[in-house]
Design a binder for this molecule. Sequence first.
Ligand code: G6P
Length: 611
Amino acid sequence: MCGIVAYIGHRQAYPILLKGLYRLEYRGYDSAGVALLNGELSVYKKAGKVSDLESHARELDTAGSVGMGHTRWATHGEPNDRNAHPHYSETKNFAIIHNGIIENYSSIKQELEKRGHTFTSDTDTEVLVQLIEDINDNGNVGFDESVRLALGEVVGAYAIVILSKKDPTKLIAARNGSPIVLGIGKDEYFVASDATPIVEYTKNVIYLNDNEMAIVSDGKLTVKTIANETKIPYIEELEINLEAIEKGGFEHFMLKEIYEQPRSIADSMRGRIDAKGGRLRLGGLGEYENKFLSAKRVIIVACGTSWHAGLVGEYLMEDLARLPVEVEYASEFRYRNPVISEEDVVIAISQSGETADTLAAVELAKSKGATIFGICNVVGSSIPRATHAGSYTHAGPEIGVASTKAFTAQVTVLTMLALQIAHRRGMIAMTRFSSLLSELESMPAKVEEVLKTNEQTRELAAMFHEAPNFLYLGRGYGFPVALEAALKLKEISYIHVEGYPAAEMKHGPIALIDEQMPVVVIATKSASYEKVVSNIQEVKARKGIIIAIVTRGDSTVRKLADHVIEIPECDDTLLPLLAVIPLQLLAYHIAVMRGCNVDQPRNLAKSVTVE
Ligand code: G6P
């Protein structure tokens, strides 16, 4: 949701900014721009992708060792050149880049207009830079102080970087609700929305907290709060490496990330499971494990794919640990006056750890006294820092906008959590506990096997990539998989796809079925196998085309279905980890054959830091 990057030091800034923008492009790709300080404060910006900016700037003077760049996911104002960041102040003495939303921009704008200021864009961001300039009043109030006072007036979320022509050796960054990482090099500083533009240059980083601003001036860094309190920043070492954020020979990040799943699932379990010894320990639970043991219920909050993982979590936690669970869309939960008590445990699931609605749901639940447990992927992000306890998924950086390895890692952590709580609550027999641990440990190898369906999914994609609609059906643990697989196909191929509980089909979607309709059914051997077989019959009776995910060796569904994809046998509880893989591949190949931009689907962004 908008990516920001900035540099101040002894190197040329532009190449660093450009490379950083390419790495951050997953956050938004409606427009891109840079500002460079080199005597002048020059702004170059273009609607479209970072590559459009690169072509535009080819003939321009991009010299300068101080600069900042932005890649936009439009909120206020359509994605055109005019609304692209950076935004100048009226005199062009200041320029700003911003990720977030200034909620009270309209009232500030009216005030500034009354005072004679004019605006050139439709954005909330321009209002902030004009306000800074207004407060600066030709230098009567210093640069830092103008920024600080302006930020005291705004309501909303922001991560910003501001440059001033009159202070060419200074860079100011600030955050409230949107992420900022500062990279500390030797006589140089980097600023970015996440660590990916920084890791190549330094591993020493500072995560700015809400309501803090960082001022780099003449090579010196100061961090203070908007309330003017000086802070001693905590320098952390980055865990990611450059390899993890490059495509490594794959055509797309999404495909690379699908193929990384044997490893990412193993990484999620590393040091946590010892199947031989019958031991499982999610260290992140710590003293908060008792809260799960005494909890009256668990509420899971998340958005998008993470919500689908949450649904798997509900099935697991109720099935294994016999704890009542509710799964909530974070955006609904936060605004519907939910009943939350101190006896509730809230699990927040988020790949990025930055999703605005999930973060707000966490804050709400915390204010009502609930215990909050986070399951996040990005280390040091906002949600893990706001929770009482949590477990990282350790899936490594996920760049493709469509989430794949983050989903299976979330499901892996949820499986371990459900098993640990089930064990501690005495709800699971030791034999079942041990056998599930062993089977969970064998998942990376089984996922490796399922990846061999790649060629088959490509053939299916060749047959069906022109279909205008798809229906995905599943029951039990197959239902969240149907939802997630449907979302994968819809978001990257722009085909209309519905995911549905197989039995609910007859209450509506069955009306859509005719000989043109591909219906993907998760029909593996499970408690609801016979029922799913009946649902397949219902589709066949209406001439629908069945593509079924079945357990290896299945003959019943094979006779009924038009196409089958076999996956290895597994316990019901572990089905989502295997069944989703061929459907990720199917979505990928269909999108590629339709000529879609798989890694950067239209209108979407990887990290949604606005509500
Ligand atoms: C966006 C992404 C999805 C993701 C969702 C929640 O919509 O495109 O892939 O599932 O946000 O993100 P989170 O980072 O909280 O898991």
